[in-house]
Design a protein around this ligand. Sequence first.
Ligand code: FAD
Length: 458
Amino acid sequence: MHLLDEIESVMKEGFIDISPETRYVFKADTTKFSGIPEIVVNVKLESEVSSVLAIASKHNISVTARGTGTGMSGGAVPIKGGILLNFENMNRIKSIDRKKKLAFVEPGVVTDRLRAEASEYGLFYPPDPSSSAVSSLGGNFAENAGGLHCVKYGVTSRYVKGFKFVDSTGDIISCGSAYEKTYFPGSFVMIGSEGTLGIVTEIALELIDKPPVHDTYITYHNDLMSAVSTSIRISNSPVMPSVMELIDKEALLAAREYSDIFLPENTEAVLIIKTDSQYLPDLIERSLILEKILSSMKVPEWNRAENTAEEESFWDLRKAVSSSIKRIAPDKMNEDVTVPVTSLFELIEYTRSVSEKYGLRIVVYGHSGDGNLHVNILYDRKNDTELNNARLASEDIFKKSVVLGGNITGEHGIGLSKKSFLSIQLSKNEISFMKKIKKAFDPDNILNPDKIFNMSKG
Ligand SMILES: Cc1cc2nc3c(=O)[nH]c(=O)nc-3n(C[C@H](O)[C@H](O)[C@H](O)COP(=O)(O)OP(=O)(O)OC[C@H]3O[C@@H](n4cnc5c(N)ncnc54)[C@H](O)[C@@H]3O)c2cc1C
């Protein structure tokens, strides 16, 4: 049977699409990488995923899973063509158990949909990438996504209580306590494996009690370093913010078009800080400590949101940053390096020296509470010197982050964009061990090939 007929025959609710328009649409994520898939398979059922994988394995065709394509490392780009498994329509929240505080979801569920539904049960799903209005939980799982609330509550893996996946031959496997199974050795490596080890078809996610009270502040600083020092000081205090986000001046100017927020003159940076608690007296205490720190750090001005609309305007500002930076330069390299919080100051000083060294503007914002900064190097890819300098600047910043005890990526993943820098972070032996894991899960290298690293032939 012809391959297309074979796939068509196993589709019960899903459908395939080979029109040039559709294939073109699925060629990229938010990066500049691109690869046109030969077949787009819009799955709806786990059995369809399983059958498609069995067919792909038989024909030795590559399979790239795609959530909603908001990835920032090229993970969902079908660089080898082959089959693109689109999870957009496999998007049921199967159940939410209030007592067990557990949600069973399909991978195509948009992150904020689960957050909103959990909220109706008085529950809270904390991992909230800035893209949570559009990213999928399958993509969050595959990238082990972080987000604004992760400084206090931890990243995606902290909430995974089990999952089901289809292996490279089409077999369906479940693991984790939610399925009354132990994690077999090695199953946990699936989280954050960027679709290279298996295709996730269901995730059991822990929910927590929604903190009933919170305060949200915006603080205005006359220089970036004072904002960074304030952020470090708060991190080292008992405030335990549930969100702490830094935005530098260039990012602010780019994003403020999307927000009616007031920015005092001379603002060079802001911090958006949220405190929350299960108990009002505890919240009041944390917020008081925070305000004392702001005074002792001589923060010139700050504002505590008086109502939901005002608070929303802070988040709108933060969430607009990433996309609006795209408008202030032809191209940007958005590096999401992570360092210990106490090294943030040094990292930012270093980015300033790198900016001078290569004559490129560098915009800084991100999750300063957990040391995960988005360092955006602005350049024009049509200018060869700028392109080359931007790459060198990225490399310098990666090296510095590792020297400072951090990572080359805090949440966006390696994918295509960072694979040539992997050896800055990992030794030869470590990369070779990761390849052994890949080989054990996917001996024919059909699952998202050439992501994270290339497998040598044979
Ligand atoms: C404006 C903006 C802000 C962002 N902010 C953050 C942030 O704060 N924190 C953060 O962590 N990220 C952030 N991101 C990056 C991105 O949103 C996350 O990486 C997100 O987890 C990707 O989800 P997705 O559904 O778009 O995945 P996609 O881009 O579709 O895919 C990402 C990876 O997941 C794999 N994958 C998808 N579905 C499956 C599946 N069912 N089984 C196996 N593998 C699968 C793909 O193959 C790919 O490797 C941001 C992106 C944007 C555009």
